[in-house]
Design a protein around this ligand. Structure first.
Ligand SMILES: [Zn+2]
Length: 178
C-alpha cells in the first residue's frame, strides 16, 4: 500500500539512466548536479547529424586533416556534440600536427571518462563524455606542458560554442596559464 499523498518516484529500468552526476560548467565556473543523458541507438541516430552519429555513437575516427576543428583557432568552449557538456577550452588547444583537434586538458576531469581501449593494434585510452557516453577520441602521454597529455579528439564529436566575451575558465586552467 502506498500511503495517501506519498510521492511516487519513477525509477527507470535502464541502469544508470537518471543517475545524478557532477559536471563542471565552464561558463559559470561552478560544478553542477545534472542527470546522465541516455538514449537508444535509434534515438541518437534520429537527432544527430550523420557525422556526429558516426563518430560519437559508433566510435568512428575521422580521417586526419578532414575534421572541422583540427586547424581551428577560434576561441570558445568545445562542447559535446551529443549532449552539450563543456569539454575543452580553446585555451588548452595546441597544434599537434596530427590533423585532429588536440588539447592538453579538459575543462574538468569531471566532464570526461577515460576507459581502456584494447580494440586497436596498441592499447589506448578512450575518452568519453561523462554525461552521455559519447566517444570523443583518445588520450596519450606525449602532450605538451603543463600536463604532458594529448587529448586527441574527433571534430565530429565536438561543437564549438563561440563566445564574444571572454570565456570563464576553470581555476585549473587559470593555473596552467600563470
Ligand atoms: Zn555528451
Amino acid at each position: 500500500m502506498i500511503p495517501a499523498g506519498a510521492k511516487i518516484i519513477s525509477v527507470s529500468s535502464v541502469p544508470g539512466k537518471g543517475d545524478p552526476i557532477q559536471i563542471f560548467n565552464a561558463r559559470t565556473d561552478h560544478t553542477e548536479d545534472v542527470v546522465r543523458v541516455m538514449k537508444s541507438d535509434e534515438e541518437w541516430r534520429a537527432i544527430l547529424l550523420p557525422e556526429h552519429y558516426a563518430v560519437a555513437r559508433k566510435k568512428g575516427t575521422e580521417y586526419a586533416f578532414t575534421g572541422k576543428y583540427h586547424a581551428c583557432k577560434e576561441s570558445g568552449i568545445y562542447t559535446c556534440a551529443c549532449c552539450g557538456t563543456d569539454l575543452f577550452d580553446s585555451q588548452t588547444k595546441f597544434d599537434s600536427g596530427t590533423g585532429w583537434p588536440s588539447f592538453f586538458a579538459p575543462v574538468s576531469d569531471l566532464n570526461i571518462t577515460i576507459e581502456p581501449d584494447l580494440t586497436g593494434e596498441m592499447a589506448r585510452n578512450e575518452v568519453l563524455c561523462a554525461r552521455c557516453g559519447a566517444h570523443l577520441g583518445h588520450v596519450f602521454d606525449d602532450g605538451p606542458a603543463p600536463t604532458g597529455k594529448r587529448y586527441c579528439m574527433n571534430s565530429g564529436a565536438l561543437y564549438l560554442q563561440k563566445k564574444s566575451s571572454p570565456v570563464r575558465i576553470s581555476p585549473k586552467i587559470q593555473s596552467f596559464r600563470k
